[in-house]
Design a protein around this ligand. Structure first.
Ligand code: SF4
Length: 318
């Protein structure tokens, strides 16, 4: 247990309200995982039916699933791939720094933590590390400084979890289905608690360094589903923690959460399969303007985006 009197007010809120330390956990319920798996398997069966012989299966992570909110954005993502920028790599750097900071019990200076995370990425040859090695001078210094400031912020607002707790950062979750025709992958930033024979004790948290987005809830629900299928027990809660606000959005996981998530994921997986293996013509794409237009390369000429912009301007003028 933590000595709560040593926590800052925001840290205490996280400990008492988000972690809900001392509150009873829901009883284990095998039916949650069993029903979610059966529904997911049934609703994604058409994905396997569409797969062409000899082609690799679909691998969908949260980036791909988010992109599938619009056919055009999914094609854009597939064509261009994911591109790092100072803004996108900042979150990755901070998340690794938070992990290292936990391991070091927050004894090192934040700038040293960031420097270590930076070297760590570069040494491992991960794509984020390769991108970081291209940054130089003021651009690199600005990124290091911002990451260090975020870590100091995080220390101020999020409690240092006791070393005796079961803590996992960047936990890899993978759910293969239909003999590899479809694989779902996710990596929640922080998982507290472990499996238990009689209770649902896991809490999954995703950290966000930017603004809130409507997709954040769907992202953590996706992690809830993957975790449920992997461990055959559902987490008791999932949450998105917003570093800029020291606030969070949390949801207690139940059968309704999992069922809604399965339906959404299955619908998007089926659409991905159609776009990959039975591609419709450009004129038949379902284009849905939204927040993803901001980073979609199709935006300048996209009719849905242009119509949405025109509607917005007309609405403001009315
Ligand atoms: S600009 Fe927006 S609506 Fe058009 S394809 Fe991209 S994400 Fe979809």
């Amino acid at each position: 247990m933590l000595d709560v009197s040593l926590l800052t007010p925001p840290q205490r809120r996280v400990y008492e309200e988000l972690f809900a330390v001392g509150a009873p956990r829901p009883p284990a319920d095998d039916a949650l995982a069993r029903d979610a798996r059966a529904l997911l398997f049934a609703r994604t069966a058409p994905v396997a039916a569409l797969r062409r012989r000899g082609t690799p299966g679909l691998v969908l992570n949260k980036t791909a699933l988010d992109a599938l909110g619009c056919d055009g954005r999914y094609r854009d993502l597939r064509d261009a791939g994911f591109a790092w920028s100072p803004a996108t790599v900042l979150g990755t750097l901070v998340h690794r720094g938070v992990e290292l900071d936990h391991a070091g019990r927050r004894r090192a200076a934040a700038s040293d933590v960031v420097a270590h995370a930076w070297r760590d990425f570069a040494a491992k040859g991960e794509s984020a590390g390769r991108y970081l090695t291209t940054l130089r001078g003021v651009e690199a210094d600005a990124l290091r400084g911002e990451a260090a400031a975020r870590i100091i912020e995080f220390r101020d607002c999020f409690p240092l979890v006791p070393a005796t707790w079961n803590v996992r950062f960047e936990l890899r979750l993978r759910v293969p289905l239909h003999r590899g025709a479809l694989e779902l992958r996710g990596t929640p930033d922080l998982v507290l608690g472990t499996g238990h024979p009689a209770q649902r004790r896991m809490l999954l948290i995703d950290f966000k360094t930017g603004q809130r987005s409507a997709k954040d809830r769907a992202d953590v629900r996706f992690y809830a589903l993957l975790s449920t299928l992997k461990y055959a027990t559902a987490p008791f809660r999932v949450a998105t923690y917003y570093l800029d606000e020291a606030e969070w959005d949390a949801e207690d996981v139940d059968a309704g959460t999992l069922e809604a998530t399965v339906r959404l994921i299955a619908d998007r997986a089926l659409r991905a399969a159609e776009l990959e293996w039975a591609p419709p013509p450009e004129t038949a794409l379902r284009l849905v303007a939204g927040v993803a237009c901001r980073w979609c390369a199709r935006a300048p000429a996209c009719p849905a985006r242009l119509a949405a912009d025109a509607g917005y301007v007309a609405g403001k003028a009315a």
